[in-house]
Design a protein around this ligand. Structure first.
Ligand code: ADP
Ligand code: MG
Length: 351
């Protein structure tokens, strides 16, 4: 077996390692296009995200984790829409067709695909600098998708889980902060293998008024919800959930706030919900092992205000990562344009 693969061998290995059978996939890999048969009464949800080596993940990232993460960031978009994942397309650009790399990539991609019953139904394979683009297709009952635009004054602002772990993992990897081996390994894992909150997103249908996944940084992403909904919010920074590893690394709330507010790549859901629906939602979430946290409230006055526990205003330098605004310094990632080549970005702007 040669270490270098031909294109068709490569596609075949991907297909075998990611096989998921679904009744709504009539034709998967192998024809000019995939043929799906959506169930009646369903809306389709489509999303695409590209990961570029050295930009969206450190260059030393294991190919297994690249496979996982390239699908995870897309399933996270479906989760934020309240959609059930159905299928994925994979556009791979590789410097060479290395068998060990491809097999590891397929194992990571396949593990997450099987967990969510996602069929890899096609893609494209080209030679060039490493870049991984995944398109996902999901579905929701007609008219029931979660949007960014439904937040109303008085709603609670909530997050599904800890914020800042991925940004802390990146800062540790890049040597910008120091931590022990165990904490570094734990937080690096949050960066490399995010968990898309698919089940929670589905549970939020008909309950949450708006939702988004935290990919570019919490402030930036909540800002998208506020703009789309034409409202504002106040967020209490001390209420931002922090993982045990994060609390050990940075016990002081103010020290970890920049990572939690502006760091990307967490892939938790940020959502808004009417207060009277909160107790029921909390029970529903607990039944699936999730513990969402209330961190603030939607207000009619536009703008996003961060306060400390006493209600005093906290000013924040910059909201999140924008690929096309490289000249502005970034609070968690050092200087944009002067970033070392192994810097990584959150998924960034959708421009
Ligand atoms: P075409 O020339 O018609 O575009 P290709 O030769 O590019 O077809 O691909 C052959 C089949 O393999 C198609 O069904 C395509 O969707 C699938 N395919 C190609 N690359 C990938 C990939 N990276 N992952 C999954 N399926 C792929
Ligand atoms: Mg093609």
């Amino acid at each position: 077996m040669p270490a270098r693969l031909g294109e068709f061998d490569l596609i075949d290995r991907l297909r075998r390692r990611t096989a998921v059978a679904r009744r709504d996939v009539i034709v998967g890999i192998g024809d000019d296009g995939a043929l799906l048969r959506p169930r009646a009464g369903r809306d389709s949800v489509l999303a695409v995200d590209t990961l570029v080596a050295g930009v969206h993940f450190p260059l030393d990232t294991h190919p297994r984790d690249m496979g996982w993460k390239s699908l995870a960031v897309n399933l996270s978009d479906l989760a934020a829409m309240g959609a059930e994942p159905v299928a994925a397309l994979l556009a791979l650009t590789l410097p060479n067709a290395d068998r060990a790399w491809l097999d590891a990539f397929a194992v990571g991609f396949g593990a997450l695909a099987r967990r969510h019953g996602v069929a890899l139904v096609g893609g494209d394979t080209t030679r060039g600098p490493l870049s991984i683009s995944v398109t996902v297709i999901g579905e929701v009952p007609r008219g029931r998708a979660l949007l960014r635009s439904g937040a109303r004054a008085g709603d609670l602002v909530c997050v599904s889980g800890p914020l800042g772990d991925a940004a802390a993992g990146l800062a540790l990897v890049q040597g910008r902060i120091d931590g022990g081996i165990a904490i570094t390994r734990r937080l690096r894992r949050s960066l490399d293998r995010p968990t898309p909150r698919v089940a929670l997103g589905i549970a939020l249908r008909g309950i949450a008024s708006a939702a988004i996944d935290v990919s570019d940084g919490f402030l930036a992403d909540l800002g998208h919800v506020l703009r789309a909904s034409g409202v504002g919010a106040t967020v209490e920074v001390a209420r931002l959930p922090a993982s045990p590893a994060m609390r050990r690394l940075l016990p002081d709330v103010r020290a970890r706030a920049p990572l939690q507010l502006a760091g990307g790549d967490d892939y938790e859901l940020c959502f808004t919900v009417a207060e009277r629906r909160w107790p029921g939602l909390l029970r529903k979430a607990a039944a699936m092992g999730m513990r969402p946290t209330v961190i603030g409230r939607i207000e009619a006055r536009v703008g996003l205000r961060c306060v400390d526990a006493g209600g005093g205003a906290i000013t924040t330098a910059r909201a999140g990562y924008d690929h096309f605004a490289l000249s502005t310094p970034h609070p968690t990632r050092g200087v944009g344009r002067a970033d070392p080549p192994n810097a990584t970005r959150s998924r960034g702007s959708r421009a």
